[in-house]
Design a protein around this ligand. Sequence first.
Ligand SMILES: Nc1ncnc2c1ncn2[C@@H]1O[C@H](COP(=O)(O)OP(=O)(O)OP(=O)(O)O)[C@@H](O)[C@H]1O
Ligand SMILES: [Mg+2]
Length: 366
Amino acid sequence: MRDSKVARAYEALVAEGAIIDDAAQRKAVAALDTFGARLAHALAAKSRLRQMLRLPPRKGMGEGVYLTGRVGRGKTMLMDLFFKTVETAKKRRVHHGEFMEEIHGRIHALRAGKHGADAISTVAEGIAEEARLLCLDEFQVNDITDAMLLGRLFKAVMQRGTFVVFSTNTEPDKLYEDGLNRQLFLPFIAFIKQRFTIIELSGGTDYRLRRIAGGEAYITPLGERADQHIERLWQKLTDGEPGRESELMVNGRVLRVPRAAHGAARFQFAELCEEALGTADYLALARLFDTLFVENVPLLNGKRRDARRRMITLIDTLYDGQIRLAMSAAAAPEALASGESDFERTASRLRHMQSVEYWQREGVSS
Ligand SMILES: Nc1ncnc2c1ncn2[C@@H]1O[C@H](COP(=O)(O)OP(=O)(O)OP(=O)(O)O)[C@@H](O)[C@H]1O
Ligand SMILES: [Mg+2]
């Protein structure tokens, strides 16, 4: 009989009314059940001879699932649901960022102890020993160090029989896109495509976004109430994650993003429009994020000409890219730069950008 633990867990949530039955998620659930059955088989595999000799079971090559899709589609939820159904004490579920920090730490400690080039395989051995199932949430490749490390690490971990699940926003072919020396990373992409079951959550619903009503995203006047409102909106859109600082390279310069999580980035107005930023920076943000938070936008008429110009460019760029904008401002769009004719189009766009239709549209970036 086919085991369908994940399907049963999913159905229970639907029956409780905790989640909405989603066809794309159902498909992913079925694939996870197949994967789960193979893992269960691998966990149970013990040869009689090895048992008699009290040797640990010989482990075959581990398998993988690559769970991908745009933000809010339910990747993490399904991964966690799957994780719960797996019956072994040797399982581990960890955020990619935290995992990589640990890996760097372990490698560093070994190198200090003169293990040299073998450090990665020694670390992989340890990881595989501790977990037959390793679930990594928000898998991504940030920099050249990780790009060069990940392939060797995961190949070695899986060769030791560990099964791996990645949840990620990035499809395999786009991993480490535009990265330095990317050709050295391509074998890992080939490995993923060959060894992993790629499950795409392609449903049209961003379940986080569903929690936002239209007109909620522009708050005025400034003050504590506005700050709290923006904070609540941020929490809804990121499931309570404070967000991590990150850096983008734009034309050879670093653009600092103070807080980023789940496709959203959060800035103070001053950080975006009172610094020497321009179209290239705003385009980079529009390419990378679905939603931008801009807090504490002051009145922009009169002397604030440079900041106003930048704000105009910013809004044009976001609007063209259909990026969502959440904003706290000193006044309503029309009153933000009254008397300044260059701001009229921006004010009208800011209005449109608050509509339910604009907020709930199908996302364009991934
Ligand atoms: N079918 C559903 N019905 C209702 N809510 C859902 C459903 N699927 C997911 N959710 C909820 O929507 C939110 C987003 O889901 P989840 O965090 O799993 O998305 P994700 O694909 O991991 O997003 P990200 O790429 O940003 O990490 C969660 O709070 C989750 O509980
Ligand atoms: Mg997630």
